[in-house]
Design a protein around this ligand. Structure first.
Ligand code: PEP
Ligand code: MG
Length: 566
C-alpha cells in the first residue's frame, strides 16, 4: 500500500497515529408527516419542553468544559444559550409549526436558514454556523429525532474524521483514547482547533472535500505541525510519528546547545489554566489575557477578586515571571456590560489601551490597584504589567502616570504594594517603527504576532480567504520583528513574543536567531519549543535569521525553514 497525503491547517503542533473513524452526526429527519395531522399547540409545547431540556444540557456541558478545558473554552456555551433564546429563531420555529411542521422539522428548517446566513459571512462570524448546528442537534435530539453519537467512548487509537466538529463534539473527545482528528471544514481559530489545543490533541482542520474519500478503518497519521494527513503510512513514518508524540516535559529554564538561556513561558486566560502551564514545564506566564476574567458575567471583577487571581499566578511560578496584560477588549473581544461602540472596523477602532485611557479608565485603575498590590505581596514570582494595542509614546506615558498615581494612592492609604515591571505589546506597525523611542519608557516588549501580522499585512486574523497573506513567515513581518529587537539591543529592555508564532517549533531557531529573549505560547507547545531551543545553536540561528531577513518572498522564507527542519 502506498502512502498518500492530504493537506489542511495544522491546529496543534502535535502528531498522532491511529485508525480512521468517521463521525457523521446528521442522519437527517426523513420527510415530515401530513400537515393535517399536526396540532400546532402540542408542537409548540413540545418545542418549549425541548428548549428547557437543551438549556439544562448546555449548562451541564458548560460546567464540564470549564472544569476540563478552562473557563475561556467553556464560554462558547453561553453563546449557545443565546441562540436558544434568540427571538428571531424562536419566531421562525413557531411560524414553521404554524405552517404545519412538527417541532423537530420546524427547528431543523429554521436553524438551516440561519446556518446558511452565517456561512455566507466572512471570517470568525462564519464559524458561528457550527454553534448553531450544535444547538439544532440538541433540540432535535430532545424532540426524539435521533441519538447523539458517543464520541466519548471511541476505541482507543481512533482518529476521528468528520465534516466538522461542533464545540460540544470536540469537548467530548478523550485525549487518552483519541489519537487525533481531521475535519473537512474549519480554520485555525475555529472552536474545534481551539479546543484541540486545550486538549493537547493532534488535529488538522480545513482539509477540504478530499477528506471524504478516506475510508473508515484505514491507518492514518495526523500531523498537526504542518497540517498533513498521511493515509496508509509506511512503517518508517509510523515509527517517527509515534516517537515524536512523547516530547519530554522539561522543568527549569532551557538553554540553546551553546549555552544561551531562552525563557519559555505559557499564555493563559484564567486561573484554571495555570496548573496545566506549570505541568507542561513553562518557566512562567508570558501573557495572562485578563479579558477572560471580565467575560461571562454581569459586572466586572472587583479589586480583591483580581488581586487573588494575580496572586495565584505569582504563587504558581515562585521563581518565574508572570506577565499580566491589562484589559484588552474591543475588536473581536466584546464584553456585554461595557457597551462597546458599534464600529465599522472594530479591529481599527476603540480597543485595548485606547479604552483603558478612555471609557474604561475606572476599570484600568482598579486593575492597576490589584496588580500593584499583588506585586507587593511577599511570596511569588516577578510581576510584569503589559499594555495591549499601544500605538503612540503618549499612550505609554499616560498609562505609566496612571500607574504612578495609583501607587501614590496606595502609599497614602498605607496599603502594601510594589511597582511591577512595565512593558508594552508590539502588535501595531506603529510600535515596531517607534521601538527605538519606546525603549526609554519600558522594561520590556512582547511581540503579539496575531495582531501584528494582521496590521502589517492588512489581512484580517481568522479570515481564511487571506490566510496566506496573514502568515508570520511573510518577510514584512520578519522585518518588523527585527526592527523591534534591534531597538532594544544594547539597552536593558528584554524582548519576548506572545503571539501564535512563538509556539511554532518550526520557527524557534529563526526566533532565537532574530534575538528574542522570551517565547510565550499555549501550554501545549511548551515541551516542543523547549526541545527546539535546546537543539539550536545561536551562531547557526543567526545565520538563518540573516538569510530570512534578506528574503523578499514568503516562499523563500518557507524554503529556508524547510531546509533547516529537514
Ligand atoms: C497577539 O495579538 O499576538 C496577542 C498575543 O494578543 P491576542 O491574540 O490576545 O490579541
Ligand atoms: Mg493582540
Amino acid at each position: 500500500m502506498t502512502e498518500r497525503r492530504l493537506s489542511g491547517v495544522g491546529a496543534t503542533p502535535l502528531s498522532g497515529v491511529g485508525t480512521a473513524v468517521w463521525y457523521a452526526p446528521d442522519a437527517g429527519l426523513g420527510p415530515p408527516p401530513d400537515p393535517e395531522t399536526i396540532d400546532a399547540d402540542v408542537e409548540r409545547e413540545r418545542f418549549e419542553t425541548a428548549r428547557d431540556a437543551a438549556r439544562e444540557e448546555i449548562r451541564a456541558e458548560r460546567e464540564r468544559t470549564a472544569a476540563r478545558l478552562g473557563e475561556a473554552e467553556a464560554e462558547v456555551f453561553d453563546a449557545h444559550v443565546q441562540f436558544l433564546d434568540d427571538p428571531q429563531i424562536t419566531e421562525g420555529v413557531e411560524a414553521a409549526i404554524d405552517d404545519g411542521l412538527p417541532a423537530e422539522h420546524a427547528v431543523d428548517r429554521t436553524f438551516e436558514q440561519f446556518i446558511e446566513q452565517f456561512e455566507g459571512m466572512e471570517g470568525r462570524v462564519a464559524e458561528r454556523a457550527d454553534d448553531l448546528r450544535d444547538v439544532r442537534g440538541r433540540l432535535v435530539r430532545a424532540l426524539g429525532g435521533g441519538e447523539r453519537a458517543d464520541l466519548g467512548s471511541l476505541p482507543e487509537g481512533s482518529v476521528v474524521l468528520a465534516e466538522r466538529l461542533t464545540p460540544s463534539d470536540t469537548a467530548q473527545l478523550d485525549p487518552d483514547r483519541v489519537a487525533g482528528f481531521a475535519t473537512v471544514t474549519g480554520g485555525r481559530t475555529s472552536h474545534a482547533a481551539i479546543f484541540a489545543r486545550s486538549l493537547a490533541l493532534p488535529a488538522i482542520v480545513g482539509v477540504g472535500t478530499a477528506l471524504r474519500a478516506v475510508a473508515d478503518g484505514v491507518d492514518v497519521v495526523v500531523d498537526g505541525r504542518d497540517g498533513t494527513l498521511l493515509i496508509d503510512p509506511d512503517e518508517e513514518t509510523r515509527r517517527t510519528t509515534a516517537g515524536e508524540e512523547a516530547v519530554e516535559v522539561r522543568g527549569g529554564t532551557v538553554e540553546t546547545a551553546d549555552g544561551a538561556p531562552i525563557e519559555v513561558a505559557a499564555n493563559v486566560g484564567t486561573e484554571a489554566d495555570l496548573a496545566s502551564a506549570a505541568e507542561r514545564g513553562a518557566d512562567g506566564i508570558g501573557l495572562f489575557r485578563t479579558e477572560f476574567l471580565f467575560l461571562d458575567r454581569e459586572s466586572p471583577p472587583g479589586e480583591d477578586e483580581q488581586y487573588e487571581t494575580y496572586r495565584a499566578a505569582l504563587e504558581t511560578f515562585p521563581d518565574g515571571r508572570v506577565v499580566v496584560r491589562t484589559l484588552d477588549v474591543g475588536g473581536d473581544k466584546p464584553v456585554a456590560y461595557l457597551e462597546l461602540p458599534d464600529e465599522e472596523n472594530p479591529f481599527l477602532g476603540e480597543r485595548g489601551i485606547r479604552r483603558s485611557l478612555g471609557p474604561d479608565a475606572d476599570l484600568f485603575e482598579t486593575q492597576l490597584r490589584a496588580l500593584l498590590r499583588a506585586a507587593g505581596a511577599e511570596a511569588g514570582g516577578q510581576l510584569s504589567v503589559m499594555l495591549p494595542l499601544v500605538a503612540t509614546v503618549d499612550e505609554v506615558r499616560e498609562a505609566r502616570e496612571t500607574m504612578e498615581s495609583v501607587a501614590a494612592d496606595l502609599e497614602s492609604e498605607g496599603v502594601a504594594y510594589a511597582l511591577p515591571e512595565f512593558g508594552v505589546m508590539i502588535e501595531t506597525p506603529a510600535t515596531a517603527f517607534l521601538a527605538d523611542a519606546l525603549v526609554e519608557h519600558v522594561d520590556f516588549f512582547s511581540i503579539g504576532t496575531n495582531d501584528l501580522v494582521q496590521y502589517v499585512m492588512a489581512a484580517e486574523r481568522g479570515n481564511d480567504r487571506v490566510a496566506a497573506l496573514g502568515d508570520y513567515r511573510q518577510p514584512a513581518v520578519l522585518r518588523a520583528i527585527q526592527t523591534t529587537v534591534a531597538a532594544a539591543q544594547g539597552t536593558d529592555v528584554w524582548v519576548g513574543m506572545c503571539g501564535e508564532m512563538a509556539g511554532d517549533p518550526d520557527v524557534t531557531e529563526l526566533l532565537v536567531g532574530l534575538g528574542l529573549d522570551e517565547l510565550s505560547m499555549s501550554a501545549v507547545a511548551v515541551p516542543q519549543v523547549k526541545r527546539a531551543v535546546s537543539e539550536t545553536t545561536v551562531s547557526e540561528a543567526r545565520e538563518l535569521a540573516a538569510r530570512a531577513l534578506a528574503a523578499s518572498t514568503k516562499r523563500e522564507v518557507d524554503c529556508l525553514l524547510t531546509e533547516t527542519t529537514r
